[in-house]
Design a protein around this ligand. Structure first.
Ligand SMILES: [Cu+2]
Length: 121
């Protein structure tokens, strides 16, 4: 009898564990979605690339770049005569876009790192 009950109990515990695991996964997914929505004006610099590569914002939006690389990067936009200070790991730079347009920028130290901010009126 014990031999029959024991496996069933173990199996039920396993089902519960899997269900809890799925619940945690769903919560984690929701947290990621929420943080993405909040980061609509944020560009991450990681692995020598800007993410998102193209960011679309409304006029008046303050855009913030944060360097997640172990290498120094800068933000350079000739159109705006904009040049950030060197950004070390976890440093940020912000700029408020006041005029609609397509703004191409790059890293001053690694010109192949390109990004774009589209400012819609
Ligand atoms: Cu760079």
């Amino acid at each position: 009898m014990t031999d029959v009950v024991q496996p069933a109990s173990t199996a039920r515990r396993e089902v519960l564990r899997v269900a809890l695991g799925a619940g945690v996964g769903a919560i984690a997914t929701m947290a990621v979605r929420a943080s993405r929505a909040a980061d609509a004006n944020h560009v991450t610099i990681d692995n020598f690339a800007f993410t998102p590569k193209t960011l679309t914002v409304k006029v008046g939006t303050k855009v913030t770049w944060t360097n997640k690389d172990q290498t120094i990067h800068t933000i350079v936009c000739p159109q705006l005569k904009l040049k950030s200070d060197p950004l070390d790991t976890d440093d940020s730079f912000s700029y408020t876009f006041h005029t609609a347009g397509d703004y191409n920028y790059a890293c001053g130290l690694h010109p192949y790192m390109k990004g774009q901010v589209i400012v819609a009126g």
